[in-house]
Design a protein around this ligand. Sequence first.
Ligand code: FES
Length: 107
Amino acid sequence: MITIHVTDLEGAVHEIQAPTDMSMNVMEAIRANELPIKATCGGMAMCATCNCTVKSDHPLADMSEDEEAMLDEAFVLDIAGSRLMCQIPVTSAIDGLVIEMGELTGE
Ligand code: FES
């Protein structure tokens, strides 16, 4: 299990737990912890409604072209640390990750 610190759109901070042995991504971990998130495309890097900004300096994998294109299309690519949560795998490398949910995740 790892811990992820998530600030929601109201500014409340949630400490969520996620297992590293279930091939989950951060969007799925947030859903599993019952925080509201649109994530319309279900994790295919096709909607940007799982956008976040990463506030800690964990070494994340580089963005795929799909992720970059989607963030660009959604006008959030230029926000420092902007990523799609569904493209961040839950592994021990991100234990303690600090993220803020992006505007597009809300209803
Ligand atoms: S859930 Fe659609 S891009 Fe992540």
